[in-house]
Design a protein around this ligand. Structure first.
Ligand code: SF4
Ligand code: SF4
Length: 98
């Protein structure tokens, strides 16, 4: 009897992308997977890779995953456009959005 391996893959068609991983800085320790109360991620099936974002729509943008990551910059929040603060500098008229 043949045995097939099945792996979870990211939900690519979704418009939601709550966090962005930096593959150079992330060592796949999966601490972010452990601390996320909403189970947004699952560990990657290949050890050492960035976790898989399986349920992006469940993210609360609480920031726990970013706070607990031991490698600064390996993961960052990607707020939806409508939730980003926007302001204008009075003297120059420049607009900023974070
Ligand atoms: S906690 Fe940081 S280094 Fe560890 S898997 Fe998550 S993003 Fe990567
Ligand atoms: S911001 Fe919070 S809810 Fe969203 S993925 Fe990180 S820990 Fe999970």
């Amino acid at each position: 009897m043949s045995r097939e391996k099945a792996f979870a893959i990211p939900n690519t068609p979704t418009p939601g992308r709550p966090v962005i991983f930096d593959g150079e800085l992330c060592n796949g320790c999966n601490l972010c997977v452990e601390v996320c109360q909403m189970d947004v991620f699952i560990p990657h099936h290949e050890k050492g890779n960035t976790p898989i974002i399986l349920h992006p729509e469940e993210c609360w943008y609480c920031g726990s995953c970013v706070e607990h990551c031991p490698n600064s910059g390996a993961i960052r929040l990607n707020y939806p456009l409508m939730q980003r603060v926007r302001w204008k500098r009075k003297d120059t008229g420049e607009h900023f959005r974070v």
